[in-house]
Design a protein around this ligand. Structure first.
Ligand SMILES: Cc1cc2nc3c(=O)[nH]c(=O)nc-3n(C[C@H](O)[C@H](O)[C@H](O)COP(=O)(O)OP(=O)(O)OC[C@H]3O[C@@H](n4cnc5c(N)ncnc54)[C@H](O)[C@@H]3O)c2cc1C
Length: 439
């Protein structure tokens, strides 16, 4: 059978993953990417699959839903997970990466693949007679967004997301900061921690909540449109004086080297393989850059911090998936168009990527005129797809991997704290193996 050509719009996480999966099945892929002609304001390189904010793909622990999701993706031969393993940097129990090495690995794998043609172009129109995967991400260019709105109707679903700043390691005062993982997990000490006394915290807190914002109107009617997991640090702080102490500044499990405790702790995570850059964990922000420098330099140990990237705030668009897509990530009104990535209403690097794999599997099935399939809701992948398919069409909110959306399991409450998560994880991996055997 002669293999058909497939268009993919966007060579980010989900688009490159889908291109890799489709090329493996023998298809020719035109992979369209705009960034080499016109970058958005968070992109800083010409590489594909750029991680625009955190360098972490989050927990690797199978007891955590996102840890199990990554294991499911290893079973599905995910290119993005292979790249992450290749570019791994120490981060306790998390899979964090050197972002440049990571994107270079993906760019190399895609650009040397004879079945994939990278086309540097901003797509502004659909080719309705060619099977197309829209993977243009939360920052889809305006012209494409207009096309999507014309096709689907404008539901105006969006939320605000912010990026955390990155500083150089040599600018951190290690006479104050110390290396340790929370609860001393792992064999190495991966995180740098900046401890705070109560009075230091109170001073920092007051400056933070009164600092000037970059996008001012978020204070008003749009402030509810933050995604909870990406809430800017100053937004979190404004919820109450102690809120940060239960979030990114929580001191639990981070005693000083002499064993004494702290009122608050700010954690810094390695951001590159050379170990020269660190990001401030959970400090995504909408403060003006000068304000970031002024306020974050009040953190003990960061008095002379050298900022190589400041935080920025963005509007993320997503479609009304429960209304417009079927379970196979295919448009109900045009079977030649599939969607993947954050634009479908999943949230996060890993979650966006896995939808690229599922879309690729179903594009293959669709072209072969076979029944399309999705993993069962006992897998983390299947539960995410099920969520975006079945959620409310009037108040659809983006979703990260979590055990709350997976098919419930009945387990004796006395079996111990982790027994249920262990059962979820084991069941998910067995179900994914079974699903793969049926593809
Ligand atoms: C500011 C910000 C910070 C984020 N921080 C995190 C984080 O810390 N952790 C996390 O897990 N997730 C984060 N996310 C969410 C999400 O996981 C990432 O955006 C992820 O990259 C989404 O993958 P994707 O494949 O959907 O889109 P992307 O990886 O963004 O890929 C989309 C690609 O499409 C291209 N494109 C757009 N329009 C067109 C067009 N018209 N024609 C051709 N190409 C086009 C873009 O240039 C881009 O390369 C963040 C998102 C944003 C916007």
């Amino acid at each position: 059978m002669s293999m058909k050509k497939i268009n993919i719009i966007g060579a980010g996480l989900s688009g490159t993953e889908a291109a890799y999966q489709l090329a493996k099945k023998g298809y020719f892929v035109n992979l369209y990417e705009v960034k080499r002609l016109k970058r958005n304001s968070v992109q800083v390189t010409n590489n594909l699959a750029e991680l625009v904010c955190s360098n972490s793909l989050r927990s690797d622990d199978l007891l955590n839903a996102v840890g199990t999701l990554k294991e499911e993706m290893r079973l599905l031969d995910s290119l993005i997970i292979k790249a992450a393993e290749f570019a791994r940097v120490p981060a306790g129990g998390s899979l964090a990466v050197d972002r440049e090495k990571f994107s270079e690995y993906v760019t190399d794998a895609i650009s040397t693949n004879p079945k994939i043609k990278i086309i540097d172009q901003e797509v502004s129109e659909f080719e309705h007679n060619t099977v197309t995967l829209v993977a243009s991400g939360p920052l889809t260019t305006e012209s494409m967004q207009n096309q999507i709105n014309n096709l689907l109707g404008k539901d105006d679903f969006y939320f605000y997301d912010a990026v955390a700043p990155i500083i150089t390691k040599d600018s951190i005062n290690m006479n104050i900061a110390f290396k340790k993982n929370r609860y001393e997990k792992g064999d190495t000490e991966d995180y740098i921690n900046c401890p705070m006394t109560k009075s230091q915290y109170e001073h920092f807190y007051n400056e933070l909540i009164s600092a000037e914002l970059a996008i001012g109107h978020l204070e008003g009617e749009d402030s509810f449109k933050y995604f909870e997991g990406c809430m800017p640090v100053e937004g979190m702080a404004k919820r109450g004086e102690k809120t940060l102490l239960f979030g990114p500044m929580k001191p639990q499990g981070l005693r000083n080297l002499d064993g004494t405790t702290n009122y608050a702790v700010v954690q810094l995570r390695q951001d590159d393989a050379k170990d020269s850059l660190y990001n401030i964990v959970g400090f995504q922000t909408n403060l003006k850059w000068a304000e970031q420098k002024r306020v974050f330099s009040l953190i003990p140990g960061l008095e002379s911090a050298n900022f190589v990237r400041y935080g920025v705030m963005h509007k993320n668009n997503f479609i009304n998936s429960p209304k417009v897509l079927n379970n196979f990530l295919q448009l109900k009104t045009d079977p030649n168009i599939f969607f993947a990535g954050q634009i479908t209403g999943v949230e996060g690097y890993v979650e966006s990527t896995v939808t690229g794999i599922i879309a690729a599997i179903n594009i293959d099935k669709y072209l072969k005129k076979q029944d399309m399939i999705v993993p069962p809701t006992t897998t983390v992948t299947g539960s995410l797809i099920n969520y975006i398919n079945k959620a409310s069409t009037t108040n659809f909110q983006p979703m990260k991997a979590n055990w709350g959306i997976i098919e419930e399991i009945d387990i004796d409450k006395r079996s111990g704290k982790n027994a249920k998560k262990e059962a979820y994880s084991n069941r998910a991996l067995a179900a994914m193996k079974d699903f793969i055997s049926k593809i």
